[in-house]
Design a protein around this ligand. Structure first.
Ligand SMILES: NC(=O)c1ccc[n+]([C@@H]2O[C@H](COP(=O)([O-])OP(=O)(O)OC[C@H]3O[C@@H](n4cnc5c(N)ncnc54)[C@H](OP(=O)(O)O)[C@@H]3O)[C@@H](O)[C@H]2O)c1
Length: 257
């Protein structure tokens, strides 16, 4: 199959494209750096010629409320309309576990809008809800840095390795559209503040992490289980400790995730 990966140069896209090729598919990475812009529509028609599946693993360069909403609404509208013309049979989009419970957050309102457009379109689809990536833990510290400290709510989550996300997205992309949402997650639960503290320590990042029950997660109030997947979620194999050891071995001098 010809599978176009929107955001093919990103964290998940770069792992997804080789997995699809290994399985014998024609995987085409598409993003602004390769002349395809889902926001402006530039290059989309050409990239989608003959495509069977489009996988959207793009992300907005800005997470400011209005910018991120514009990104996911406009890019998703553009993708779906070009897919209709190209007769694409399956639209796969990567989103986040708990998105519907996080509407206080501008980022998650944008993801809700993206999912709504997909569900209301005529293109058969699969929405993949993944939990937070291990690779995102430092980013989570960055967006939670307030008053000289990282403030995080002491709630549970079940994060996963980006490699496992790519494996699951590949499996779903080559299968039939589910016309619904599937959840994927990591093998173990942690407290958000504890794991971010551990990740920053591994990066020798001196920022202090405070467990603050009033702290918001990406701008949204969360309770103990808001970020957890359902029991039916498919679980990735990679444990945090294994990932941490591997990522340190790959680049011991690296200070950012
Ligand atoms: N972070 C997490 O923990 C997490 C958890 C669950 C789900 N997700 C979801 O996973 C997805 C990927 O997120 P990420 O943070 O991993 O992505 P990322 O590494 O930041 O990659 C972003 C990708 O989007 C592309 N892109 C940017 N603007 C574009 C445009 N106008 N048209 C087409 N492509 C564009 C970039 O292309 P260039 O390189 O060419 O600019 C890049 O390939 C997001 O939808 C996010 O909601 C994230």
């Amino acid at each position: 199959m010809k599978i176009v990966v929107i955001g093919g140069s990103g964290l998940i896209g770069k792992k997804l494209v080789p997995i699809l090729r290994q399985r014998g598919h024609e995987a085409v990475p598409a993003s602004p750096s390769s002349g395809v812009n889902a926001l402006t529509g530039e290059g989309l028609a050409g990239a989608l010629v003959g495509a069977n599946v489009v996988v959207d693993v793009s992300n907005s360069p800005s997470w400011e409320d209005a910018a991120v909403l514009k990104f996911f609404e406009t890019s998703t509208r553009n993708l779906l309309s070009h897919e209709a013309v190209a007769k694409v049979g399956h639209h796969v989009a990567l989103s986040v576990v708990g998105t519907d419970r996080l509407s206080e957050s501008g980022y998650f309102r944008a993801k809700i809008a993206q999912e709504k457009l997909i569900k209301n379109s005529a293109i058969p689809y699969s929405i993949v809800h993944a939990t937070q990536f291990f690779e995102f833990l430092k980013g989570l510290a960055d967006i939670s840095f307030d008053g000289g400290k990282v403030r995080l709510p002491p709630v549970l989550f079940q994060p996963m390795a980006a490699g496992d996300v790519a494996t699951e997205v590949a499996r779903i992309a080559v299968g039939p559209p589910v016309n619904g949402t599937v959840e994927i997650a990591g093998p173990a639960q942690f407290r958000v503040d504890e794991l971010v503290r551990q990740r920053l320590a591994s990066l020798k990042d001196p920022r202090e992490v405070i467990a603050d029950p009033n702290a918001l997660y990406s701008g949204a109030k969360v309770s103990l289980k808001t970020l957890l997947p359902e029991k039916t979620a498919r679980l990735g194999k990679t444990h945090f400790e294994t990932w941490l050891t591997k990522s340190a071995a790959q680049d011991p001098s690296r200070k950012v995730s």
